[in-house]
Unconditional design. Structure first.
Length: 111
């Protein structure tokens, strides 16, 4: 349940103000403490993470879920799904009918 793939992407997100702790924007070097709630803006989704513990050293991505809990409301995930559907359904005016590939993607998303 890793939020960012690399440390540099996480640092860039902190500098851009996409990461907050207690409604305060954080700097990349800020230490987190158990019990803190981290809010991360990823596109249209505002993820909410609760820090359960802090590892002594860096750990692999599969082990991260033991140290934090995802408390993102289901409504946030619906926003992302709706935007993805609308993006696929949105067609430029005059572009004609959807292709077979387009129809399959729409069916996969809606079905």
């Amino acid at each position: 349940m890793r939020v960012y793939k690399t440390r540099s992407l996480a640092s860039d997100a902190c500098r851009a103000g996409s990461v907050t702790i207690g409604d305060q924007p954080v700097k990349p070097a800020r230490d987190v403490r158990p019990g803190e709630t981290i809010n991360v803006r990823q596109g249209v989704v505002m993820r909410t993470l609760l820090v359960l513990a802090v590892p002594r050293s860096r750990v692999g991505a599969p082990q991260v879920s033991t140290y934090c809990e995802d408390r993102t409301p289901p409504g946030e995930w619906e926003k992302a799904r709706e935007q993805r559907v609308q993006h696929l359904l949105a067609r430029e005016r005059g572009s004609g009918r959807p292709t077979k590939r387009d129809r399959r993607q729409i069916d996969r998303l809606l079905g």
